[in-house]
Each structure stands twice: as C-alpha cells, then as structure tokens.
Write a protein that binds this ligand. Sequence first.
Ligand SMILES: C[S@@+](CC[C@H](N)C(=O)[O-])C[C@H]1O[C@@H](n2cnc3c(N)ncnc32)[C@H](O)[C@@H]1O
Length: 485
Amino acid sequence: MDKAFSDQLNMSLSDLLAAQTGLHFPAERWRDLARGIAAAAPAFGMPDAESCARWLLSAPLTRHQIEVLANHLTVGETYFFREKMSFEALEQHILPQLIRMRASERRLRIWSAGCCTGEEPYSVAMLLDRLIPDQQDWNITLLATDLNPAFLRKAAAGIYGEWSFRDMPDHLRQRYFKQRKDGRFEILPLIRKRVVFACLNLAEDSYPSLLTNTTAMDVILCRNVLMYFSPAWVEKIAQNFHRSLIDGGWLIVSPAETSNSLFPQFKATAFPGAVFYRKTQAAEPPADVTGFSVSPLAAVDPLDLLTPRPATLRMPEAVMPVPTQSVAAGPVASLESVSGHPANQDERAAFSRAAHACANQGKLAEAIGWCEKAIAVDKLDPATHYLLAAILQEQGENDRAAQALRRALYLDPDFVLAHFALGNLRLSQGQPREARRHFDTAQALLQTHSQDEILPESEGLTAGRLGEIIASVRRNLPHATAASG
Ligand SMILES: C[S@@+](CC[C@H](N)C(=O)[O-])C[C@H]1O[C@@H](n2cnc3c(N)ncnc32)[C@H](O)[C@@H]1O
C-alpha cells in the first residue's frame, strides 16, 4: 500500500504541498509522504496512492483536498502544559507584566497558532483564570487556529483522555475538568468558552487580518508547528506574526524551534528553559496613515461555526467606548450623495487607511473614530461600512457590526464579501438560517466572477478561493447539507 513513489512524483508532490500548505517534505520524509497519501486515497475515492498522487497533481489543491491531506500528513501530538518551562515563563513573567500594563484598558489578545486539539490554548485559559480573577471585567481574546478541521472539532468539544494530561498537575485537572462516565475528562464550560477556534492555514491564508481577528496580538504561541515548514516559509510566517503583534508583543515557539537566524526582526529574550521573541518598538515603523499593511477581509477562513466570535469575554459597560453619533444612527434612505467629489474620495481613503493602521495596533476605538470620519465625508462608500463592521466585530459589538454590514449591502447589494461576513456574523449569533441565506447569496454572486478574479476589497482573495471557503464553512454547519439549493 505504501509503496514508494518515483523521485519525480515525490518531488512534484512536495513542491505542490510546500506551495499550498507550507508542509515541508524533504527527501528523508518521502516515505511519510507516500504513507500519508495512501491513507488519504480512500477519502478521495482513489483506488491507490499513486493514482491519488497523480490526481492531486492535476490541478491546484482545493480547500477540501487540503483539509483531507492535513488530516493524514500532520501529527496531532500535543498535551496540556507541554514544555512546562515555557508555561512557567508565561505565568511568572509575560502574563503578569501584560496584566499590569493593561490594568486600565483591560484588554488582552492571545493567539495559539497551530493549536491542534486545543490542549495549548486551554492551558493558557487555565493560567489566565488564575492570574485574572475578575475576568468578567476584561476583554480577553484567546484565539486558537489550526489547518486541520478535524483537530478543531475535537478541540471545540473539549473532551480528553488520560494521555493529554501526562504533564499536568492533578490539582489542575481536578479544578478544571469533570470526569465522564466513559472515563474521559471534559473541560469545564468556564474554560471552554474562553477559547475561540477557527481554521487558518498559516501558509495560504493571509494574516494579520481584522476579519480573522488576527491583528494586534499581545502573545502568539506557535509551538511545534514551524518544524513542519521549510526555513523560507518559517521566515515568511514569522514576518506575518511580527505584523500581527502589537509593539512589545511576544512570539513563543518551542525550545526545539528557537533560532538565531529565523526571527531577525524580534529580540530574543531568555527565560529559564525557554527563549521567547519580542517585537520591539525599534523594529516597527511608526503608525502611518498611508502605511497600513493589512486587509480587513483577506484570509477569510473562519470556522466560526466551532465557537462563535466575539472572542470570549465581554468588556463591562464602564470601559466600553462610548458610542458616538455614528453613521449607524441614521436611516440609510436619508443618506445624501456626496461621494462623487474626488477630494472627498481622497479624504475618505486617507481616513480609511488611518482606521486600518489603528486597528492593526489594537486601537479599536480610534479606528472606529477614523471610520466615522471617512463615512462623514463620503456616506455612500460600501467599503467603509464594511471596514467599520470588521472593526466593530473585533470589538465584540456584533449588533452594530451587523448594522454596518447591512448598510454596505444596501449601498451595494452585490458586495459578495459583505454577504459572507454577515453570514459568519449570523452564525456566531446562533442564526444558522440567516447565515445560510447570506452564504447562498454570496455563492450565487460568485458565479458572476471568474474563479481567479480577485474580489473587491479582499486584497488578494479570489472568487474561487472564497467559494471553497464558503463550501468548507457550510460542510461544517450542523444542518447545512444541501441548504444552498
Ligand atoms: C504538533 S501540533 C502542535 C500543537 C501545539 N501547538 C503544541 O505545541 O503542543 C502541530 C499542529 O500544526 C498544525 N499545522 C501544520 N501545518 C499547518 C498550517 N499550514 N497551518 C496551520 N496549522 C498547521 C497541525 O495541523 C498540528 O495540529
């Protein structure tokens, strides 16, 4: 069954996988590659590994193919509090310092990239539970992403066997888990609800992005993941992580992945048994309204079906930014057209760039202010309402976000990304019927675009890719089958 492929076939397959998934299969891992393809063949209805390999090579990989391959080509090996010393450094140095710094703002954003079956982000959630007793008064985002939807489903369920606890003190298991009749352990809802799981391919999807909630992070854990990638990919991913972090934010890799050369834009800082990488202010150019680097909409692959946004914890009313007289306040029908003037459009574009730049740094209230300024000079630009929606959603203001998206769609009913975003938002609000309606419309609109056409406002997302993403989201919906009619 796992007969070796020819060198030529191995080489073509490794090139394809490297390009689309970042997975790195040098010659010494070709046997693993053949074994993985043989294991995946039945899922594709292929009679054997070789015909499966040739079929995969016949066209660019689809999202579905990537998901199936990810299942068979990556190792889901993880456990709670893996690499203890790293967690000690987090608990004793990194998190207390961040908590002190944010005492007034009460906002913290952590991303576990390559979270596998969830043990890593849940370990962080348990640390935070102990370090921040008044979490209900904080706005804490704990985002956990992986390439593999099967791992994410398991993570979202939060049920674990004995082996996941191999390095976790018993008292923590007793405190945060409930034993089930089948002998396994279920994480308490208190911790489970604090983690938001989403599918994100570190090689293909773009980040930072407001839509995937990957901007302005304080800490990114990406441990035992980069080892799957070639050095060139590691550098690229590290560069993106650098942009996803705020100034002073931390990148945490596993001790086996520390490197003097691969993370040159970070300052390496040694803790007992761990080296973490810090984004220092000097390395980052100052905020510049013309220099934003992030699409609010690219990289849309939210498997928000697993755990809905907004991320986890609510800000108390007292620290919520005071809603201003925003565009959302007035009826759409009364909007008066001022958008035709080029000067207005330039001004609007500059305000929108400022909004992006602030959002990238986690200054969401300021970003919203810039959006409102942009809307004040040009009320009829759907893209600005769409941007406002993305920022509001990041802030957890889903109702206002939905309102802004409806405005964008009123102004441009064919705005495919706004339909998609509203579908995701409805999903996160527990309204799957509404969500499907928007996904249906988005899919119908996509038919009017060619597969490789870049969608407006997407900064690089093609119609074909969005179609795959929507199909993937629908596949994972509880009752989504055949709903698209
Ligand atoms: C060994 S696990 C690491 C889990 C956890 N971070 C830890 O240290 O215990 C590696 C994870 O990386 C994920 N992964 C591999 N390639 C990826 C990619 N291109 N994008 C996102 N995740 C990826 C795999 O699906 C797998 O869940």
